[in-house]
Design a protein around this ligand. Structure first.
Ligand SMILES: [Zn+2]
Length: 113
């Protein structure tokens, strides 16, 4: 149910922007989601359709960009993305620690008519 409140603020942001620019119709919204937020893009889509009903954003197409979590090797400093359920460095096999990526959630762009 986390997605419901997140999507509500998403719709609010879109409508606020639309109002500022006196937009009549929002056609497309691109949203950036970090892997670590745990947010399901399908659920956001579902709620977006409901919450944007009877607004200028009704029927807008939602596109998602998923940002992968990144890890940094403690031994050699290589930055890498997790693969195949391992957190080990692909270069030296050392243990990776999470770096500050993958928690993003923001609107990248809004297309209007
Ligand atoms: Zn390494």
């Amino acid at each position: 149910m986390h997605e419901l409140s997140v999507t509500q603020s998403l719709v609010d942001m879109v409508l606020e922007e639309a109002e500022k620019r006196e937009v009549k119709k929002v056609t497309k919204v691109t949203v950036v989601i970090g892997e670590l937020t745990g947010l399901e893009s399908e659920s956001i889509k579902f709620y977006f359709d409901i919450l944007s009903e009877n607004t200028v954003a009704e029927g807008a197409e939602l596109t998602f960009k998923i940002i992968k979590a990144q890890f940094k090797c403690r031994q050699c400093g290589t930055i890498f993305e997790r693969s195949n359920f391992t957190f080990n460095c692909p270069v030296c096999g050392g243990v990776g620690v999470l770096v500050n990526k993958g928690k993003e959630f923001y609107i990248e762009s809004i297309e209007v008519e």
